[in-house]
Write a protein that binds this ligand. Structure first.
Ligand code: RP5
Length: 161
């Protein structure tokens, strides 16, 4: 099946964080592709990727980067697809640099930013975006949420056993 979600990152060093996005997509059987696309080391590749993404059938792009994390915003500027940004924490500043770089987009070019290292939620948000026009996927998201609720209630009950 053609990929519906593109998971991209500025460096292969981002993969330990970003793999949680891919895992969430796999859990929901959403076809996806994974690429390293650097805004500053491979700028032309980044522009080509963003401009061709919709035409290739992608519906959502998840972009992770650390430090001066301009990849999600730059990709969002060159595509009309929804872009979800994942701030990757590096050695210094606890990911605050990445978070602020990604979340502070000027009006006009939105990037839906998840928490620092929040790649799992990025994957789940991409699933929800797809589920907004896919009834069977929406039902699975609802079951996923119900399972989460049941798990918490079960743990709560076990506290009193
Ligand atoms: C960013 O620079 C990447 O997204 C990565 O988080 C960071 C460091 O990259 P490497 O020096 O590990 O390749 O562009």
């Amino acid at each position: 099946m053609a990929p519906q979600v593109g998971v991209i990152m500025g460096s292969d060093s981002d993969w330990p964080v970003m793999q949680a996005a891919a895992e969430a997509l796999t859990e929901f059987e959403v076809a996806h592709e994974i690429s390293v696309v650097s805004a500053h080391r491979t700028p032309q590749r980044m522009l080509d990727y963003a401009r061709e993404a919709a035409g290739r059938g992608l519906k959502v792009i998840i972009a992770g980067a650390g430090g001066a994390a301009h990849l999600p915003g730059m990709v969002a500027s060159a595509t009309a697809l929804p872009v979800i940004g994942v701030p990757v924490p590096l050695k210094y500043l606890d990911g605050m640099d990445s978070l602020l770089s990604i979340v502070q987009m000027p009006a006009g070019i939105p990037v839906a930013t998840v928490s620092v290292a929040g790649a799992r939620n990025a994957g789940l948000l991409a699933v929800r975006i797809l589920a907004s026009h896919d009834e069977s996927l929406r039902v699975r998201v609802e079951k996923f949420q119900a399972d989460l609720e049941a798990m918490v209630l079960d743990k709560d009950a076990k506290l009193r056993e």
